[in-house]
Design a protein around this ligand. Structure first.
Ligand code: SF4
Length: 894
């Protein structure tokens, strides 16, 4: 049997579509498709449609059997996502790489126009806007202006890419957050593509360069976050290699209590699934309780998949999906989705429970209103216990009451009188209250619920203490439309929750500065203050450098805690404030009735808003339109730019693959311990003035206050390679102090890692990096691999690797090797000043063994390491010195 046996024509509305109907596998007696989880069916269809090359018919049937038998064996497959989603932090380096590839092709005498993404890409610019202005009528406009002042060079590159590349769309700044725009507009659920044979129809699938790409699973679109290099590979037509994930079913039963919001459910699910360990598994939601969740409730739950550790949290297509598509101005899409999914067995009618590898029952009726914190999203605290928990954290051990007087932000109006400017700040005070993050801004119920809280609070005369930095960052323009349309925006504004901008803002840590008096009080007195936000991540310093405790909660609770001004409050017994006639006002007095919220949602979240806002989503506002770029095939890299530089990845590019030489005379650059994160390897935050990246910027005329962050300078390899292994908290066992230091051998001179690497490169000395367990853990960061490569490391030898970082190293041509079971750097007797040799590199095999020889003072030690490559294609990547070279060579040789 071949793929032709499952290829069919589906006629719909007088059009024919070529489909790969995996249900036919069941008709032929090959696999019981109708019993499989829906996510498995999507994966099997993907394999069937992409057969040929790396995928065989046996792979297709094997995958179906894998899920039918609930196998837990490793089963490596090649997955071809139908599109890629990016945000600007990760998108800029990818565009720089593509621009450099065009230059390389041009230098090879070929047409650079041939270099384009082969898979459709959407890049949404949402990560850079910061809350500089707030509590001001025009805060949004002022923040947007500042954003352009800071990021014009990066945005010009992206605008150039928008005009120059095929298959590449850019959603300009001030439009919204990538995952919300994906949910409300970009996702098609079923993709159609013209081919010489006819129009193909198939499930919309994607990978994204942001971990919360998972949100789109709420719409029955299978997708997850990957590293930047992996995304570039997919853009270049390469498959995404992965072991078939286990699919765990979460069976929702019961109905949530009236006051429960999607945020409460997401925090509850996060807490439970963390305990169940769903890491590297897909969670698929099922059960009769699903009917009690709206599609946007599902989106809040899917969004938090990285927090509960799952690859994705999938809700199969059902009536809710169709309903949402219609309400968001996608009626035609809904009709095709219904026809396609019903034909191919991808429509969930909720009448049977699929054959999951495991089922976890979750009772919605027992859920309580909750928050999570102070530093982990899984640390859920029921509202009734918050006072007890946080009082213990913030007051009982060390109470500090510091009187502060507002200094005010530059250019910011202050309508409060002088008397109100003096307040007491103490441990547990809320200094940031942000309605932020696609997790919740995509959910009209929680946004309107928060608006109704604000309305009732204002009507009862409540206000928010000035020391609370309040902000509202809608995840799309539609949110502002329905908040304005319902009249709720004016109540937000009355409480100082002005619109600060359409982007990630506080959720990504762009909460901006606090009032100087607050920062001073925190620093001088060691105050342990808090933030409250409707986001999904809350680790220390994520939200603001000076704010250790960050509590996640629904937008409704954000408003309530902002009014309270402190985290340690018992809403049952303590009033939020007093009305003008001195009546105490409790939380229950301003908590809206769920019927009222639903009625507002029904009335004011209108299809026409989606139609109007998304009609011109790629056009951008005046600031974008005024950005001047020249439409050229190759990008004119400005030699004076400190943001965007041509990377050296293709400097010595040749059409033929040079043989992989043995490693000889190599030295150790660093010896690192366990759980070294990608942030240790390539920090995203502040650039210290005295570090090599800081010196480089200063030497290039950039003032320290204009440094911006490593994250925003990812388009400049000069900054990024100097920033590699330069986290101020990294501990290199060769160096005497913590930070980006090492010892250069044989001189034994201690200095910055970058400076040592430069000296080694000048001497043509190759380098080895040693790591402990889980090397490269943390969020995926392609510069952690790119920087390692540019510093001259050819191999990294660790006790174990984090999955994405290992893959990114391979993508950059750096060979990952692991010690044999029970062995380690110290275990094999290494000191760090040895000279290393590894032979046989040109003949490596996946998971094969290599011998490392270390010589020290004429004494030789040998030990075996395992080649941590999974497939033959990864060997090709290593031999080609990375995936970009591999693809470029293939393109040139066609
Ligand atoms: S709002 Fe937060 S979760 Fe959403 S894309 Fe931005 S940073 Fe990620």
């Amino acid at each position: 049997m071949t793929t032709h046996h499952i290829k069919e024509t589906m006629s719909f509305q007088k059009k024919d579509y070529i489909i790969h109907n995996i249900q036919l596998l069941e008709e032929k007696g090959l696999a019981k498709i109708s019993s499989l989880p829906f996510a498995a069916r999507v994966l099997i269809e993907n394999l069937a449609r992409n057969m040929g090359g790396t995928i065989s018919w046996d792979d297709v049937v094997g995958a179906a059997k894998f899920y039918e038998t609930r196998s837990n064996a490793s089963n490596l497959v090649a997955f071809y996502p139908s599109r890629v989603l990016m945000q600007d932090f990760t998108g800029v380096p990818a565009v720089v790489d593509f621009a450099a590839m065009r230059d390389a092709v041009h230098s090879a005498g070929l047409d650079p126009k041939g270099i384009n993404p082969l898979v459709p890409v959407d890049l949404v610019i949402d990560h850079s806007i910061q809350v500089d202005h707030f509590k001001e009528k025009n805060a949004f406009f002022l923040n947007a202006k500042k954003e352009y002042e800071r990021n014009a060079e990066r945005y010009k590159l992206l605008k150039w890419a928008q005009k120059s590349f095929d298959n590449f769309r850019v959603v300009p700044p001030e439009s919204g957050i990538c995952h919300q725009i994906n949910l409300e507009y970009l996702a098609t659920v079923v993709t159609t593509r013209k081919t010489p044979e006819g129009t193909l129809a198939f499930p919309d699938t994607l990978v994204g360069t942001d971990s919360h790409t998972t949100m789109i699973n709420a719409l029955g679109v299978l997708g997850w976050g990957v590293g930047g290099i992996e995304a570039e590979a997919v853009m270049l037509g390469q498959p995404y290699y992965m072991n078939l994930p286990q699919i765990v079913g979460v069976n929702f039963v019961g109905k949530p209590k009236q006051q429960i919001t999607a945020t409460d459910i997401a925090l509850y699910v996060t807490n439970i699934l963390r305990e169940e360990n769903v890491v590297e598994k897909i969670v698929e939601y099922t059960g009769e309780g699903l009917k009690n969740l709206t599609l946007t409730d599902r989106a809040t739950i899917s969004n938090m998949s990285p927090e509960y550790g799952a690859t994705s949290g999938f809700f199969p297509v059902d009536e809710q999906t169709l309903d949402y598509l219609v309400k968001t101005n996608r009626s035609e899409t809904a009709a095709l989705v219904e026809a396609y999914c019903k034909t191919c067995g991808l429509f969930n009618t909720h009448d049977t429970l699929p054959n999951f590898s495991k089922i976890i029952e979750v009772d919605l009726s027992v859920m309580e209103t909750s928050i999570a914190g102070p530093s982990r999203p899984q640390d859920r605290i029921p509202l009734s216990k918050v006072k007890e928990k946080t009082a213990a954290l913030y007051h009982l051990k060390n109470r500090k009451d510091i009187e502060i007087t507002q200094k005010g932000q530059e250019g910011q109006e202050n309508q409060e009188n002088q008397k109100n400017k003096t307040k007491v700040l103490t441990n547990g005070s809320v200094v940031i209250a942000a309605i932020t993050s696609c997790t919740n801004t995509s959910n009209p119920y929680t946004m309107i619920g928060a608006g109704l809280v604000a309305k009732k609070a204002v009507e009862l005369g409540l206000s928010i203490p000035w020391y609370v930095k309040t902000s509202l960052s809608p995840g799309s323009r539609v949110v502002l439309d329905y908040l304005n349309g319902s009249g709720l925006m004016r109540y937000f504004e009355a409480l100082n929750f002005n619109n600060t901008g359409f982007g990630c803002m506080t959720c990504i840590g762009n909460s901006g500065p606090l009032d100087p008096s607050i920062e001073e009080a925190i620093k001088t007195n060691g105050l342990d203050v808090t933030s409250v936000l409707s986001g999904n991540r809350n680790f220390e310093a994520r939200i603001h450098q000076e704010v250790k405790g960050n509590f996640l909660m629904s937008p409704l609770l954000v408003v309530i805690y902002a009014i309270a001004g402190r985290i340690d409050i018992d809403f049952e017994t303590e009033p939020l404030g007093f009305s003008k006639d001195n009546t105490p006002i409790f939380m229950k007095d301003i908590w809206p009735d769920p019927q009222e919220i639903n009625q507002f949602v029904e009335t004011y979240v209108q299809e026409r808003f989606f139609k109007e806002q998304y009609a011109h989503i790629f056009k951008g506002d005046k600031l974008w339109q005024d950005l001047e770029v020249t439409e050229t095939t190759t990008f004119s890299f400005d030699p004076d730019s400190t943001y965007i530089r041509k990377p050296p990845f293709f400097k010595d590019f040749s059409r033929t693959i040079p043989p992989l030489s043995d490693l000889k005379g190599a030295k150790v650059l660093l010896v690192l311990g366990d759980s070294v994160t990608t942030d240790h390897i390539s920090p995203a935050g502040a650039i210290p003035v005295e570090y090599p990246a800081g010196k480089y910027l200063t030497d290039n005329g950039v003032k320290p206050w204009e440094f911006n962050s490593y994250g925003s300078r990812r388009g400049n390899h000069e900054v990024m390679m100097r920033g590699t292994f330069a986290n101020i908290r990294i501990k290199n066992h060769l160096a005497s102090k913590t930070g980006g230091f090492t010892v250069k051998f044989p001189e034994q001179a201690e200095g910055y890692v970058f400076d040592a690497a430069q000296k080694y490169q000048a001497q043509n000395t190759e380098l080895v990096v040693f790591g402990g367990k889980e090397y490269g853990t943390g969020s995926s960061r392609d510069w952690a691999a790119k920087g390692t490569c540019l510093l001259g490391a050819r191999v990294v030898i660790a006790e174990s690797f984090e999955r994405i970082h290992r893959s990114n190293l391979v993508g950059m041509g750096v060979l990952p090797l692991v010690f044999q079971e029970g062995e380690s750097f110290e275990g094999v007797g290494l000191k760090g000043d040895e000279t290393f040799e590894i032979t046989g590199l040109n003949d490596i095999k996946p998971n094969g063994l290599l011998t490392v020889t270390a010589t020290r003072k004429n004494q030789t030690t040998s030990f075996k390491v395992i080649v941590k490559l999974n497939t033959d294609i990864e060997i090709d990547y290593i031999k080609n010195k990375g995936i970009l070279h591999y693809v470029l060579r293939n393109m040139i040789s066609v």
